[in-house]
Design a protein around this ligand. Structure first.
Ligand code: SF4
Length: 691
């Protein structure tokens, strides 16, 4: 916890900033600063979508920035890997050590044994794919396939619609029916909630498709709770119903789509009864949803990421995204769909990388990190450089990741603002600035707003921004060029110059502090925004996806449950953390949640210690009965840190490192487990963590 300071007589200065964390919204912020300390964070109205309202997670940023877990200076490992004992060193010593390791691997012809590992710790344009890409590409290091999230849904959306921008969140107010499918805006992407409530207050209907009875599901007219991994058959059954009952919009399909007949053929086996049996939901609920969707206009569909995290995830998202095309829900404000709007911008951070060599270096799928570190996935890794990520908490098959990170001959660099669980395995630990201590340019992938931000306090301790450190390392390994963009300003302008709308964006940012993609804050699909496919049509069965998916697009692969492991474990987002980010602020024991019937069947009561296990790992934690969960499904939140469970393991310890049908994404929700009560007594926070 941050040290408690007496209240200051001088009122805090309030400075603007923008939240770049991995959340759809990119809220504009008001940061309260006293001297060189952040003392409070609130929302500002500069971003009209987030409109002064932020989540409770980010209100705790002062503790994140100034807390005990903050990395304040470079350090090198002293103890065993995982022990977290370090000695302070200078930046020069740390960077020279890293540069020497890199240079030696390149000299030996082993550049591919260097693996950068980064994800959504910051979604700002300057914090990844700029000078970091320059360094690793010029070295010839392995490339990282960043597929832990959104890869299946991104592939599906690109295949069907060529990443057409989605409905603006504020346009859900105009909808008569809102379908929230695999998404929980009450905890993630919260700025959709006011629009949903507003629409409901004016008579709109709400449908929620989620295995849990979420807060919005409680307010819904219809809640369908499919067994994890079966969203595909639900969507196919609705498509079949639309085709069979004359409710497909044949005129729209003829004018704007290809593949409708083939989609009809592939949906044909999924009668309401067959889908109901597979998804373990009542057939009449599926029919009700189909009928409500056909009858309502405007009808909005918010597709989340919950339905992609299984073996059928890409096809499931494709089938859900096919619904507005088949039912003819486009062309009206309040109708259409939203998935990720990140591609609504033609901005690419790589323009700030400088000149890059053509590289044929191997690509490593981040979901296979454990196997890769253990040499089961091509040549092993000798140097792992982790930034904007905490893979020990977030990547499937946690025990393999841990085993890999424990290799004595692996040289690991972790560059992070706080000492994450992964950082405990670092050979060199580098202090990164948070977004409040550096320049940044950020855009939402839900709320379509772009903003710039400048530091509100000086860097804490000796921390440095990502773009500076990677540029420095590039110089130390002798690969820098005079023309490389180096400063934050040079990089920002290089990114804007690389965009067709860069000049308009720059003018808009200078004028009002915000910019919208294409200058339009709320494009209507098929009026202002069209598919970005080659023929500007929706491709309902795109060839490239059909080739990629095992058995073809929309082929359902059955449940991986076994007699030994009959329960489906889901690991959704919560209102505590953003994936694992800010997890250092929550050291409470987090329970496994189970339906009362599943708990009863195993003699498990609230607060009991339990062992959740399968063939690849186990988690020991407390149990909580939760009637909001359907039978057969248990839940642990995603992004848990070692201090959150009795065993120091999280849901990723039980998640297989198998890959989705499209996009080679993670199959977290394919974890099948059993749960047993542990006979020894335990109290929350009692037994020490083993790991
Ligand atoms: S995490 Fe999301 S909701 Fe919270 S402040 Fe950041 S952008 Fe806004």
């Amino acid at each position: 916890m941050a040290a408690v300071r007496p209240p200051s007589a001088v009122p805090p200065t309030i400075l603007p900033s923008v939240c770049p964390l991995d959340c759809p919204d990119a809220c504009s912020l008001e940061v309260h600063v006293e001297g060189d300390r952040v003392v409070a964070v609130g929302g500002s109205h500069i971003n009209p979508v987030t409109a002064g309202y932020i989540c409770s997670k980010v209100r705790r940023l002062p503790e994140h920035v100034h807390g005990e877990r903050r990395v304040r200076y470079p350090a090198m490992r002293e103890g065993r890997k995982g022990e977290g004992r370090f000695r302070r060193v200078s930046w020069d010593e740390a960077l020279d050590t890293i540069a020497a390791r890199m240079t030696e691997l390149v000299r030996r012809g082993d550049a591919e044994r260097i693996l950068p590992f980064y994800y959504g710790g910051s979604n700002g344009y300057l914090s990844q794919n700029t000078s970091d890409l320059r360094l690793f590409a010029r070295l010839g290091a392995s490339r990282l396939a960043r597929t832990v999230c959104a890869a299946p849904s991104g592939s599906a959306a690109a295949g069907l619609y060529g990443t057409m921008p989605g409905m603006a969140l504020q346009d859900y107010r105009h909808s008569r029916l809102i379908v929230l499918w695999g998404v929980n805006p009450s905890v993630s992407g919260i700025h959709l909630v006011p629009s949903v409530l507003d629409a409901q207050s004016r008579g709109a209907h709400l449908v929620v498709v989620d295995p849990r009875r979420t807060r919005l599901a409680e307010r819904a007219d219809l809640h369908i709770a499919p067994h994890p991994g079966t969203d595909l058959v639900l969507a196919l059954a609705i498509l079949r119903w639309l085709f069979e009952n004359g409710r497909a919009d044949e005129a729209f399909l003829a004018a704007h789509a290809t593949g409708a007949e083939e989609l009809r053929r592939r949906a044909a086996p999924w009668t309401l009864e067959e889908a109901a049996r597979t998804a373990r939901v009542p057939a009449e609920d599926i029919e009700n949803l189909a009928r409500m969707y056909a009858d309502s206009s405007p009808a909005a569909l918010r597709c989340g990421w919950g339905l992609e995290r299984n073996r059928n995830g890409g096809s499931a998202v494709a089938a859900v995204l096919a619904l507005p095309a088949v039912a003819g829900k486009f062309g009206v404000r309040g109708g259409g769909y939203t998935l990720s709007n990140s591609k609504a911008w033609d901005l690419d951070a790589r323009h700030a990388a400088g000149e890059l060599p053509m590289t044929s270096a191997r690509e490593v799928n981040m979901n296979l990190l454990g196997r890769t570190l253990l040499g089961d996935n091509g040549s092993p890794v000798d140097l792992l450089f982790v930034y904007n990520a905490n893979p020990l908490a977030t990547i499937p098959n946690q025990e393999k990741v841990r085993e890999g990170l424990s290799r004595e001959d692996l040289f690991t660099v972790v560059f992070d603002p706080v000492v994450t669980d992964t950082a405990l395995y670092a050979d060199v630990l580098l202090p990164a600035t948070t977004f409040l201590e550096r320049d940044e340019m950020s855009r939402g992938y839900g709320a379509m707003v772009l903003q710039e931000s400048t530091p509100v306090i000086p860097p804490v301790g000796e921390s440095r921004p990502n773009h500076e450190v990677f540029a420095d390392l590039t110089r130390r390994v002798g690969l820098a060029r005079a023309e490389d963009p180096d400063s934050a300003q040079e990089m920002t302008e290089a990114i804007l110059r690389g965009s067709k709308s860069g000049e308009v964006i720059r003018q808009s940012l200078d004028r009002s502090g915000i910019a919208f993609p294409g200058g339009n804050p709320a494009a209507v699909q098929f009026v202002d925004a069209f598919p970005l496919t080659a023929d500007r049509k929706v491709h309902l069965v795109p060839e490239e996806l059909d080739r990629e998916a095992p058995g073809g697009l929309y082929a359902f692969r059955p449940d991986p449950e076994t007699v030994a492991y009959p329960l489906a474990l889901i690991s959704p987002a919560t209102d505590r953390t953003i994936s694992s980010t800010l997890g250092e602020l929550h050291d409470e024991q987090v329970p496994l949640e189970m339906s009362p019937r599943d708990a009863e069947a195993r003699g498990i009561g609230d607060g009991d210690e339990v062992r959740v296990f399968n063939e690849i790992g186990e988690v020991r934690c407390l149990a909580r009965r939760n009637p909001a969960l359907r039978e057969g499904v248990v839940m642990l939140p995603k992004g848990l840190w070692r201090h959150n469970t009795l065993s120091g393991t999280g849901a990723t310890a039980l998640a297989p490192d198998t890959l989705t049908d499209l996009g080679r994404g993670a199959c977290f929700n394919d974890a099948r487990v059993e749960v047993r009560r542990i006979e020894t007594s335990g109290k929350p926070g009692g037994p020490p963590n083993r790991r």
